[in-house]
Design a binder for this molecule. Structure first.
Ligand SMILES: [Zn+2]
Length: 230
């Protein structure tokens, strides 16, 4: 185990130069169910002390978690699961009314604590990776989502520091759009959020927090008209 860990560390260090994805397979995967192919890309942060620790966990059979890719802060991309396979990153939740997100998605983990900014090399590597995945599987920008979008009651990643507008400017994530507000009541907000894709069954406060996390992480207080831009 120690030998293997040292080997991983060395390969991460040496590949930061050329950003070529390195392969470190995870056993935590299986076939996609019902013949599904990827139509979503789900972004995560690792919330671990290092990329190394995250990689070990994502490849530990006892942990029963994985993702297709892990991107280190210096931009190294580690491939852990083939894109054709079903990685175990999303768990319970749904998006636009569809469950089993693992069978419908490619999962990307970003080495980040949850409270730190995402460094430029990491963002650049992510953008390049997303472009490639969108092209290979014909995934639209609307299909690029955060873990917190599909599992608002359980997850907060990729978190308030993630630069969604940067992805949106490049056509790598859906831009915000205004939904009909009605009189601005909670029922209208639920409807608007569902229309935007937030269909996981959660209470109002949880839903509002999840949508703000994606669109306006600085916003607090009661529901306001700006919250209908989703
Ligand atoms: Zn996650």
């Amino acid at each position: 185990m120690a030998m293997r860990a040292r080997g991983i560390r060395r390969s991460i260090a040496t590949s930061t130069v050329n950003r070529v994805a390195i392969w470190h397979g995870s056993p935590n995967c299986g076939p996609r169910r019902d013949g599904l192919t990827p139509s979503l890309i789900v972004l995560h942060y690792t919330a671990m002390r290092s990329a190394q620790a995250a990689l070990e966990r994502l490849c530990d059979p006892d942990a029963e978690v994985s993702a297709h890719y892990l991107i280190c802060t210096k931009g190294t991309v580690v491939r852990m699961v083939e894109e054709t396979e079903r990685a175990w990153h999303a768990g319970a939740g749904e998006w636009h009314g569809l469950g089993d997100i693992n069978s419908r998605s490619i999962g990307i983990e970003l080495d980040n604590s949850g409270s730190h900014p995402f460094p430029e090399p990491q963002m650049a590597a992510l953008e390049s990776l997303i472009r490639g995945i969108m092209s290979r599987w014909v995934i639209s920008r609307e299909g690029v989502i955060g873990h917190s979008d599909m599992a608002p009651d359980r997850k907060g990643d990729p978190g308030p520091r993630f630069d969604w507008p940067r992805l949106e400017r490049q056509g790598l994530a859906a831009p915000a759009r205004a939904f009909a507000t009605g009189d601005g009541a909670q029922a209208d907000f639920f409807r608007a959020a569902r229309e935007a894709g937030f269909t996981a069954g959660v209470d109002f406060e949880t839903l509002l927090a999840a949508t703000r996390l994606r669109r306006a992480p600085w916003r607090t207080g009661p529901l306001q008209s700006a919250d209908f831009i989703l």
